[in-house]
Design a protein around this ligand. Structure first.
Ligand code: 3HC
Length: 293
């Protein structure tokens, strides 16, 4: 399949970085968000990131400029969807919002367009049902920070065609990623299931007063070789994202052990979402993060 234009929906941390990954890989990339301000902020942050890469000698100025030149922003889906060959939806992790977007995309995009979702919890069957092209729908799940992390989980649902799977796996490879394929939907996919087990144990140890947040993170790094501890990682991904993931998982499984952890729910209710708000498990108002408690 010939992919020229990729449409990314949602200019949050994931959507904006995925858009830059796409532009760097040579695709004409359109980043859509209903908020003009959010788009402006996203592009400014991507420009800064590219400038740092150029300053560090990791990227040629011309290459960075060419990528940014391939990246376009738009607020209207009506304008963006008709020219897209493939869509990566990275909007908020709410089913109704995603279903509305997929119904709109199905109406507006050409018949050949593949529709993917970056959702980490909602299997694409839930949004495919809102379209008349379920065979062209699957999950294409990137990891945070999307510019750096190599893994992309491609998850097929019962009606995703082999052609769609092949095209999305190939696209991920062209983007310099190492895609993994899930043959059927399962809540949490692969990586979040494994990460969840570690995070739950870290929370249990903290709850029981066995060790501090910093020491639990330190052990994960120095004993297990993880690049970040589980609390640092929750702050990086966003406690809002973590909270909504648990809520969505609970909705699917009905298992109370999947509910958001009480301490996480408390931080979420207080609007402490991690790095993006300057406070989560740690505070980020100084050069090095310190435990918030
Ligand atoms: N956004 C973009 N780029 C970033 C970044 C960010 N938030 N943080 C760091 N980077 C880049 C840096 O610019 C640097 O790039 P360069 O080498 O080209 O200059 C590179 O990453 C390494 O950065 P640093 O040397 O400053 O820092 P580290 O070596 O500590 O690496 C890290 C930072 C890559 C974030 C590393 O700590 C790491 O791998 N952490 C674990 C991340 C992880 O587990 N992610 C998965 C989250 S789960 C998820 O996303 C699932 C979803 O469903 C919620």
């Amino acid at each position: 399949m010939n992919i020229n234009t990729i449409l990314i929906i949602g200019s949050g941390a994931m959507g904006s970085q995925i858009a830059l990954v796409s532009a760097l890989a040579g695709y004409r990339t359109v980043l859509q968000d209903i908020s003009f301000q959010a788009l402006e902020a996203a592009v400014a942050s991507l420009r800064e990131r590219m400038d740092r890469q150029v300053a560090k000698g990791r990227l040629e100025r011309a290459e960075a400029d060419a990528a940014l030149g391939r990246l376009h922003t738009v607020t209207s889906l009506e304008e963006a969807a008709p020219e897209a060959d493939l869509v990566i939806e990275a909007a908020t992790e709410k089913l109704e919002t995603k279903q509305q977007i997929f119904a709109e995309l199905d109406r507006l995009a050409p018949a050949h367009t593949i529709l993917t979702t970056n959702s980490s919890t909602l299997g694409s069957s839930m949004v495919a049902a809102a379209t008349g092209r379920p065979e062209k729908v699957c999950n294409m799940h990137f990891f945070n920070p999307a510019l750096v992390m190599k893994c992309v989980e491609v998850v097929r649902h019962a009606h995703t065609s082999d052609e769609t799977v092949h095209a999305v796996m190939e696209l991920a490879r062209t983007m310099g990623k190492s895609p993994v394929l899930l043959n059927r939907e399962i809540p949490g996919f692969l990586a979040n299931r494994m990460m969840g087990a570690i995070r739950d144990e870290a929370l249990a140890l903290y709850d029981a007063g066995i060790a501090s947040i910093e020491d639990i993170d330190t052990a994960a790094k120095t004993a297990l070789g993880h690049p970040m501890g589980p609390f640092e990682l929750m702050d990086l991904v966003g406690l809002d994202v973590g909270y909504l993931i648990r809520e969505a998982t609970y909705q699917q499984t009905g298992d109370e052990k999947d509910l958001p952890h009480p301490a996480l729910a408390e931080l979420y209710a207080q609007g402490h979402y991690g790095r993006k708000t300057g406070r989560g498990w740690y505070t980020y108002d100084s050069s090095s993060p310190t435990a918030a408690k």
